[in-house]
Ligand binder design. Structure first.
Ligand SMILES: C[S@@+](CC[C@H](N)C(=O)[O-])C[C@H]1O[C@@H](n2cnc3c(N)ncnc32)[C@H](O)[C@@H]1O
Length: 246
C-alpha cells in the first residue's frame, strides 16, 4: 500500500485535534461491506490505489447502485480507486441499472491539488501528484470498466466543455480544497438530473476545512431557482447532496 493510502485509510489515533475535531466513533454495528462479495472483490482490487477508506467506498458503492439515468463524473481520481468502485457498482447492474447507457468520467490534474487558498488550512497545492494517466488506465483495464473515460487537466477549466451537454446522476467531488470543490459543484449542479447525487468526500476531515466551509455555505442556500438541494452529513466524513425538487 502506498504511504498516502495507508495514512488516509486509518484513524489517526495519536494525533492532537482542536475543538470540534477528533476520531468519530459511531455505535452502529451493521457492516454489509464485510459480506458483500462483489464489493469485497472490487475493494481488493482498489485498496492500494485509493486514499478513500472502506466506509466511504461502501457509501459510494451503495449510492451508485440506486442512481437515476444519467452520466457519472468524479473530480479528483488520483490513482482511480474510488472511481473504479463507482464504475463496478454500476456494472453490477443492481436495482435495474442500465450501466451500459452511462458514460463515466474520471477527472484529475495528474499533477496534484490546485487552487489552494486562504480557505484551506493544510493544502498548498501540488499534493497527491504521485499518480499518472497510465497508472489509472492500468487499473481500469484490470477492473474491466471500458465505459470509463479519463479527463486529464484542471477541472472545470481545461476539460469541462467536452461534457457540458451531459446530465449527471452522480458527481463525486474529491479535490481537497475550497475553490476546486466550489467550482466543480457550481459547474455540475445545474447539470444534475432529478434525483441525482453529489458526494463531497472531504467534508468531515481535519485539514479539509475549506470543503467543510463550502458544504456549510451550500446548506444555507435554498433559493430553489436551480433545484432544491438537501445535504446529509455522513459520519463517514462525506457530505451527500441530493437534487430533490425543480
Ligand atoms: C485526495 S485525492 C483523490 C483520491 C481518490 N478519489 C482516491 O480514490 O484515492 C485528490 C485529487 O484531486 C485532484 N484535484 C484537485 N483539484 C483538482 C481540479 N480542480 N481538477 C482536477 N483534479 C483535481 C488532485 O490531483 C488529487 O489527485
Amino acid at each position: 500500500m502506498s504511504d498516502q493510502a495507508r495514512t488516509n485509510t486509518k484513524p489517526q489515533t495519536r494525533r492532537t485535534y482542536p475543538a470540534g475535531y477528533g476520531i468519530v466513533e459511531p455505535v452502529a454495528n451493521y457492516r454489509p461491506w464485510d459480506v458483500d462479495e462483489q464489493f469485497q472483490e472490487v475493494y481488493g482490487l482498489v485498496r492500494d490505489a485509493t486514499m478513500v477508506d472502506i466506509y466511504r467506498l461502501w457509501t459510494l458503492w451503495f449510492i451508485a447502485s440506486q442512481l437515476p439515468d444519467g452520466d457519472v463524473l468524479e473530480v479528483g481520481s488520483w490513482r482511480g480507486g474510488s472511481g473504479v468502485v463507482i464504475a463496478r457498482a454500476l456494472n453490477a447492474g443492481r436495482a435495474g441499472d442500465r450501466s451500459t447507457d452511462r458514460d463515466i468520467f474520471l477527472a484529475d490534474t495528474f499533477a496534484g491539488v490546485v487552487k489552494a487558498s486562504a480557505r484551506d488550512t493544510y493544502y498548498q497545492g501540488g499534493e497527491h501528484a504521485n499518480t499518472s494517466v497510465e497508472l489509472v488506465r492500468d487499473l481500469l483495464e484490470r477492473a474491466g470498466v471500458p465505459q470509463v473515460q479519463l479527463l486529464a487537466g484542471v477541472f472545470p477549466d481545461d476539460r469541462a466543455h467536452e461534457i457540458e451537454d451531459r446530465g449527471f446522476a452522480l458527481c463525486h467531488i474529491d479535490v481537497d480544497v475550497y475553490q476546486s470543490a466550489k467550482e466543480t459543484f457550481e459547474w455540475v449542479w445545474p447539470r444534475m438530473v432529478r434525483g441525482g447525487v453529489v458526494v463531497f468526500d472531504d467534508y468531515g476531515f481535519y485539514g479539509c476545512e475549506g470543503v467543510t466551509a463550502l458544504v456549510t455555505e451550500l446548506a444555507g442556500r435554498q433559493d430553489g431557482s436551480d433545484g432544491r438541494l438537501t445535504i446529509v452529513p455522513s459520519l463517514s466524513g462525506q457530505a451527500i447532496v441530493t437534487r430533490t425538487v425543480y
